[in-house]
Write a protein that binds this ligand. Sequence first.
Ligand code: ATP
Ligand code: MG
Length: 402
Amino acid sequence: MEPILLKRSDHNVSRRNISSAAIKVLYRLKDEGYTAYIAGGGVRDLLLDRRPKDFDIATDATPEQLRKMFRNCRLIGRRFRLAHILFRGEIIETATFRAPVPENEGEHSDNIFRTGEDGQVMRDNVFGTPEQDALRRDFTINALFYNIANFSIIDYAGGLEDLKKKIIRVIGDPDTRFTEDPVRMIRAARFAGTLGFEIEPEAYDSICRNADKLALAAPSRMYEEVQKLFFCGHAKAVFHWLEKTDLLHPMFHDFSHWIDEDKTRHDWVIHTLEQMDRWRKAELRVHPALLFALIFGEYHEFLAKELVEAGTAPHDAAREAVHKHLQGMCGNVRVPKQAIYQVSDIMSNQLRFHKTKGRVPQRFLQHKGFPDAFLYFKLSAKAHHRNEELLTYWTDLRATGK
Ligand code: ATP
Ligand code: MG
């Protein structure tokens, strides 16, 4: 199929908005006679006048050729090798155009070899044409290329039209593509929320039909994607899409049922996400453990209360509640052990805010866990109009140190 080409005078993508490291890689490839495109999210964001998070490059140079061409290059991945070209403070991910996934083979299979009909082992032909590379991407708006040779935009999938219409449209049949890789469903919610786009009706219906398949996605990948969902700066809007499409239930099973039972629980989550978005806007970094403590805090407090009522000591109950929930979630989202410990520190430290006598407060103030615990304490005090006197006490103590 002939792609739609948009020449330089007909679009807004300027080399000034592309990182100098990416420009260096593109020109080096072009000067050596290779095709060199910016692909994926970088092109989408430039066309929308947004600042791209990073620039990924697609080329017809093979990984081996890339390794020889760039001194600062590392090859990663097994089945499909990618080149990471390292610059100070920036990594430019450069991939050779990919062919369609062979049938009966998962997207993320690590097999380098497979067996042919006559039993012979052969190497997968994983490299493809620019068109094949574009069409195996997830959404039309993520399949655009920017060609450094003539500064044109190349569109094989109708992404330019969908950018104009503000639509998230799956490339190919939504049921097939979401079954192939269920994580694409939460990516759809993320892009819709972040960009303020609508999910195209067929894709939307398909997500509602297939939401349960999210439980089949690899838990470690889910953890990565979940962080992206809540750190994207539009967490509230994304959450709205996750609820509407019913993706929240397979993602956070017990927790989502718990917030469904009571509107004030739901309001706390929304309140937290609004705060997350404000922090992002102010370019403050929130680490994953604090994010999880904030989002699930109410639920963890609820679980801890049940444990206390059953006779567990408060401090132990606070920790156990966190472990029980976050470890139990491992079936869907694998939260690393260290993050679970940090969340349980934040929650068990909440008890220390109630101790204001003697030297105890000073010691807590010097404790390395204080800043995160205090953030949680402050946010929950304000959201629920509780512990107001304590909040004043600790705010003053923190400001004056005495
Ligand atoms: P972000 O701005 O969040 O980085 P992005 O579109 O660049 O968004 P990435 O996860 O960085 O997203 O992936 C880069 C590109 O790789 C995407 O734009 C898309 O073309 C392709 N891609 C990523 N994940 C998938 C997937 N699960 N299925 C198909 N294509 C994918
Ligand atoms: Mg990206």
